[in-house]
Design a protein around this ligand. Structure first.
Ligand SMILES: Nc1nc2c(ncn2[C@@H]2O[C@H](COP(=O)(O)OP(=O)(O)OP(=O)(O)O)[C@@H](O)[C@H]2O)c(=O)[nH]1
Ligand SMILES: [Mg+2]
Length: 560
């Protein structure tokens, strides 16, 4: 039998005594016995360290663990999760030097390893057992504590029928679990770790992550925020917060944990080992939404390529056990119904095949564009933050039936329509994929080809949702991306959309004051208000004229 923990500095006879512990038993129906407790505390007292065992339901010792004066570390359990709602059938009985109740480490182990019980026996100054502190898991509604702390009692008073006790608990846990399965969709905890940001910014950022989660079909059951001066290189979070979070994840029985900050490959690995759950970051969440929304062949290839490129460094040194956890579900799903490939070599092959195919498609696309420009129609491109109302505007202007949804990244593939201005003037108008702050670079790269279409634009209609909480930051984020893809010099008209949602009403209020400040127009694409004004402005830029008589401009698409 192996002893878990560091036996360094122990005498040979002490190690032998620890080994002999593994042959001990207590009667199967007992929770703990006075004799066993005393045996542990005496040994612990002599070693000056915590000593513990894992005990199965027959009362046999399966693991012996020696710690230091303050803690023991339970053996790595393999990565097999206990069945949902099931316990693993082991309890941990260990000593505390002195009269110390269960601490946070103890409770974390209880929850994560799904032990039958966590038991700590106080050791007095003579090495005799004092009070026994124990805790067990119980079926608990979300938001209530799943860990039940039992009254501390001397070992003689803890002599109750263990089998019936554990059977009842397990049945409760299993019952709770079946009720939970009715709720479909994946459940997640959102986590944000920030350094020195203003609380307002953090809140806006978390709201956005929530919206992203919603767009991916994930229900958010909890949000955890931490501010730290510096991110922890290993886990991003501080260790105390991490432990709380692990318990919370168990408690709320979530399927995954989503970090707002990008995780390094090492952090992602460390965290998913700690949680025994899928852990993804904002980039992966966005990639997942893209995967769900990609419709055309082109879009699907681009998304898959971005996903694989993102995953590749994360697949390094990963053994199979962790891979299976990555596969499938939010963050592990490819475009269409497929799961993402998780084998390194196969991923590389696939990446080069996708790149080739995309190159071919790019050729076809530029051919199409050449034909279009030969006709010399001006091009108006609608750009803007995701969910700002770009597609709604295209629909309102052209009366076409483009896809609109209150989801982020509803549009992935560029849609092109014709729009007639008065005097038989015609333009091409295109709707594009939405932007978002800190757009993952793999995605920008993947969508570069699509975004290249924007380089033909004679005017960018930059649509802004005026009712969003951080209008100006979103404008900046969009302009940043436009600059990144070399469009800083293309004329831009700011279109303050969704003005109908402002409390001041459409005409007055923030909408038009913003519009004035930025030299843009306030509209409501949904209510089709302000479109005429928008077209007048667009016309001015496209044909470089000050319309002599603005009332002359009729909105052709609107009026027929
Ligand atoms: N109240 C109001 N809602 C609007 C307006 N314009 C768009 N919306 C709503 O905003 C949501 C997003 O609209 P979309 O047109 O899909 O937005 P988008 O910018 O194309 O979004 P992505 O393609 O996902 O980047 C939808 O629920 C629209 O109905 C508006 O002027 N007023
Ligand atoms: Mg859209």
């Amino acid at each position: 039998m192996n002893i878990f923990g560091n036996t360094h500095g122990l005498k040979a006879n002490q190690v032998r005594r620890l080994e002999r512990l593994s042959r001990r038993h207590i009667p199967a129906d007992r929770f703990i016995t006075q004799e066993f407790a005393r045996h542990l505390t005496e040994l612990s007292h002599e070693l000056g360290r915590q000593v513990g065992v894992l005990m199965d339901r027959r009362g046999g010792v399966t693991h012996v663990i020696v710690g230091d004066a303050r803690s023991i570390e339970l053996p790595d359990w393999g990565r097999i999760r206990a069945g949902r709602g099931r316990l693993r059938g082991f309890r941990c009985i260990h000593t505390h030097l002195g009269d110390e109740p269960l601490n946070r480490d103890d409770l974390t182990d209880l929850a994560v390893l799904r032990l039958d019980a966590m038991i700590a026996i106080a050791t007095d100054s003579d090495g005799l057992p004092g009070l026994v502190y124990s805790a067990a898991l119980r079926a608990a509604a979300v938001g209530t504590d799943p860990v039940e702390i039992l009254d501390p009692l001397p070992p003689t008073q803890l002599d109750f029928g263990f089998r019936a006790w554990i059977r009842d608990r397990e049945e409760d846990l299993a019952r709770e679990d079946t009720t939970r399965d009715v709720v479909d969709g994946e459940r997640a905890i959102l986590v944000s770790v920030t350094a020195g940001r203003k609380p307002d910014d953090v809140d806006a950022q978390i709201d956005e992550l929530k919206e992203l989660a919603y767009s991916a079909g994930v229900s958010v059951v909890d949000i955890v925020k931490q501010r730290r001066p510096r991110a922890d290189p290993k886990y991003l979070l501080g260790s105390g917060r991490l432990q709380d979070l692990v318990i919370r994840a168990f408690q709320t029985d979530v399927d995954l944990v989503i970090f707002d900050q990008n995780l390094t490959p090492a952090q992602a690995r460390n965290l998913s080992d700690k949680f025994e759950l899928r852990v993804i970051d904002r980039t992966q969440l966005i990639l997942d939404i893209f995967a769900q929304h990609a419709r055309t062949r082109d879009g699907k290839l681009q998304v898959e390529l971005a996903q694989l490129k993102y995953m590749l460094p994360r697949l390094a040194q990963r053994a199979d056990r962790s891979l299976s956890r990555l596969a499938g579900g939010i963050g592990g799903r490819g475009p269409g119904e497929t799961k993402l490939e998780v084998d390194r070599r196969r991923v590389r092959d696939r990446v080069s095949r996708l790149e080739k195919e995309l190159k071919a498609l790019r050729g076809q696309r530029s051919e199409r564009r050449r034909r279009r420009t030969r006709r010399e129609l001006p091009v108006l491109s609608i750009v803007g933050y995701t969910n700002a109302g770009k597609s709604t505007l295209l629909r309102a202007l052209t009366k076409s039936d483009v896809h609109i949804a209150d989801k982020m990244f509803a549009t992935l593939d560029p849609t092109t329509r014709r729009l007639r201005f008065p005097r038989d003037r015609e333009v091409i108008i295109t709707d594009t994929v939405g932007f978002i702050r800190d757009l993952p670079t793999d995605l920008i790269d993947a969508f570069r080809a699509t975004l290249e279409e924007l380089s033909d634009a004679d005017l960018l209609l930059h649509v802004v949702d005026v009712a969003s909480p951080d209008v100006e930051r979103r404008i900046t984020a969009v302009r940043q991306i436009l600059a990144d893809i070399g469009l800083a010099d293309t004329p831009e008209l700011l279109v303050f959309n969704q003005a109908d949602r402002l409390s001041g009403g459409f005409a007055g209020g923030i909408g038009s004051s913003l519009a004035q400040r930025y030299g843009g127009v306030a509209i409501s694409a949904l209510k089709r208000a302000g479109l005429r004004d928008l077209l007048v402005h667009a016309e001015d830029v496209l044909w470089c004229e000050e319309s002599s008589d603005r009332r002359d401009v009729r909105l052709v698409a609107e009026g027929g």
